[in-house]
Design a protein around this ligand. Structure first.
Ligand code: M6R
Length: 609
């Protein structure tokens, strides 16, 4: 998704700007650009190619500047094209006065465009962003900060902005509402970025702006006004920025690398967990756990499926009722708030717009207890929550979430154990046994990864199909759902997941020998039921692909192919069964030749609604 970097310094800032864009690249984008103040003019360079091409273009043009802004764009309004790429300038003349980059969506752009066109402004793009550039130019009367402050009062929607003015060198004005923006500080230099990660290696001294803030950065320092125009202090923190390795090593894709990093990611996530104590989730967590009597879990996509598994574990082990909701639905629903609810948000990035908005919504409704399970310590959701559990998956670059999901599951299992301890539903021996089983996970995942050749054989059969069904029951239904999401997301094969018991209530009509049916079938108390559902598929000529346990009674037969997973602790099997489904999706995508790490139309971090 869109990314912003801005810099004011005594040295050439193009390196910082381009490096910042490169750090944000993995989130997905379709064009990029920079604008700099150089010798009294604003010069821009934009490209629909990669940041590396933009860098070559800039090199060739000899740009050199002490002040500049840069952007990666993920198209919302207007196709991916150079004309729609940011920065946008105003007025549209050979010597523009304003240059600006924007993340977010302006909802009233149509009415503003009409007004600005009537005032004589010419539009060069289909973007909502160009409207803001012209609006600021129109309001400009010698002070950029003042013009931006007036302009944002007219905007409806979400924005993070960085704005340059031809007549005010060494100054950038930023503003945010609904989209993140941070200030980075270093000796004699000031930066803006949509994510602290863009400034990794440049500075770790970060101030997080609040919604409604307008910030002025320059060589002499920085200051902030809030939404009401009052001067405010925003604390500067030294943050640990999740940079990680962005090298592919021996792998073909980041997704493949991240699938194979799971044993280490789980080991890292469990490192330091010496016992089950509330403090795993933050200081004072015991007090919170004492004051709640239900949970509401919120997330999107893969993180939502993690929440569904979490519900099962928490209700089973801690006997606390749990509701799981898709964040984008919850935030707009007239729900009934309960101050004794622990609101748990789950997010790899911690910046997903819908989940963040749902968290703030839950709090505004009067639910003070919040916990975020997240892979990025410096993210907005972690900052906005009273409690947090940071998974240690390391940076995840592939758009398809893999190691982030399995480490989220590990964190949720720990939460279930901690709540069980707080409620007294598990004794010390049982807690120790579950924790011991968790420590075995990296080995079990290694065993699941060793099944890759068998999954390649399955993937070759799937790649020729347009549709697939995934079945699961109980604890493994969310894993079937996650398997279907992975397959459709990266191979573009249409895939649906159902609770196996629902088959005869509709989806069975789709089953023919052209419909592969993946069944997540561990040896558990629902196995007999699942077996009858599988018979229903076979009786219609459907081809079954069964994932089951080492000791299972299933055998391959005509129309039934079976893969057995390595031994593992029964309750943790969702984590182990996830791995073959990731490999199936990955290899089906390889056969189909899709852009695995950057599937079409998708972005890594979904920071717009
Ligand atoms: O960063 P988040 O976990 O909040 O992201 C939520 C979803 O956008 C994400 O899980 C998405 O569904 C993945 N691309 C699926 O692989």
């Amino acid at each position: 998704m869109c990314g912003i970097v801005g810099a004011v310094s005594g040295r050439n800032v193009l390196g910082v700007l381009l490096q910042g864009l490169q750090r944000l690249e993995y989130r997905g984008y379709d064009s990029c650009g920079v604008a700099v103040w150089q010798d009294g003019t604003l010069r821009t360079s934009r490209s629909t190619a990669r940041v590396a091409d933009l860098a070559r273009q800039i090199d060739a043009s000899g740009l050199h500047a002490l002040t500049g802004i840069a952007h990666t764009r993920w198209a919302t309004h207007g196709a991916p094209s150079t004309a729609n790429a940011h920065p946008h300038v105003s007025p549209d003349t050979a010597r523009p006065r304003i240059a600006l980059v924007h993340n977010g969506i302006i909802e009233n752009h149509d009415s503003l465009r009409a007004e600005l066109q009537a005032a004589g402004y010419r539009f060069d793009s289909q973007t909502d962003t160009e409207v803001i550039a012209h609006l600021i130019d129109r309001l400009y009367d010698g002070d950029l900060f003042d013009a931006v402050e007036q302009a944002v009062r007219r905007l409806r929607g979400a924005y993070a902005l960085a704005v340059l003015c031809r007549d005010e060198p060494h100054r950038i004005v930023g503003a945010r509402s609904g989209s993140p923006l941070v200030v980075g500080l270093s000796d004699g230099e000031c930066f803006l970025a949509s994510d602290a990660m863009a400034l990794a290696g440049v500075t770790d001294r970060i101030a997080y702006l609040r919604d409604g803030d307008i910030v002025d950065i320059g060589l002499a320092g920085w200051h902030v006004h809030d939404r009401d125009g009052q001067r405010r202090e925003r604390p500067v923190q030294t943050v640990k920025i999740l940079a990680g390795s962005t090298d592919l090593g021996p792998y073909r894709h980041f997704m493949q690398k991240e699938i194979f990093e799971q044993p280490q990611a789980l080991a890292d996530t469990l490192e330091g967990v010496e016992g089950i104590v509330p403090e795993l989730f933050g200081d004072g967590a015991w007090r919170t756990f004492d004051q709640i009597d239900r949970l509401l879990i919120l997330g999107c996509g893969t993180s939502y499926y993690a929440g569904l598994v979490g519900k099962y574990w928490i209700e089973l082990l801690a006997r606390i009722p749990v509701t799981v909701e898709i964040a984008s639905e919850y935030r707009y629903r007239p729900s009934i708030p309960d101050p004794r609810t622990l609101v748990v948000t789950i997010s790899q990035s911690g910046e997903t717009a819908d989940t963040l908005a749902a968290l703030l919504h839950a709090r505004n409704l009067g639910q003070p207890h919040t916990l975020t399970i997240c892979n990025v310590e410096s993210s907005a959701m972690v900052r906005e929550s009273t409690l947090a559990y940071i998974t240690r998956a390391g940076i995840e670059i592939g758009v398809a979430s893999t190691k982030a999901f399995t480490t989220q599951l590990a964190a949720l299992f720990l939460l279930a154990l901690t709540l069980a301890q707080a409620r007294g539903t598990l004794d010390d021996d049982a807690l120790a046994a579950h924790l011991q089983a968790m420590r075995h996970l990296p080995r079990a995942i290694q065993g699941a990864l060793a099944l890759e050749p068998q999954l390649i054989a399955w993937a070759e059969q799937f790649a020729a199909r347009d549709h697939a069904l995934f079945l699961g029951r109980g604890l493994h239904l969310p894993i079937a759902q996650e398997g279907a999401l992975k397959l459709k997301e990266i191979s573009y094969i249409h895939a649906e997941a159902y609770p196996a018991g629902e088959l005869k209530h509709g989806p069975l009509a789709l089953v023919t020998d052209a419909m592969p049916v993946v069944t997540v079938a561990p040896t558990d108390e629902l196995l007999a039921k699942l077996e009858s559902n599988m018979q229903e598929v076979r009786a219609r000529g459907g081809r079954l692909f069964v994932l089951t346990d080492a000791d299972s009674r299933f055998d391959s037969a005509d129309g039934v192919q079976v893969i057995r997973l390595p031994e593992h602790h029964g309750l943790l099997s969702p984590i182990v069964f996830t791995v073959p489904l990731q490999l199936l999706a990955y290899h089906a995508a390889i056969v189909r030749g899709t852009d695995i790490d950057k599937p079409r139309n998708l972005a890594k971090s979904v920071t717009v609604e």
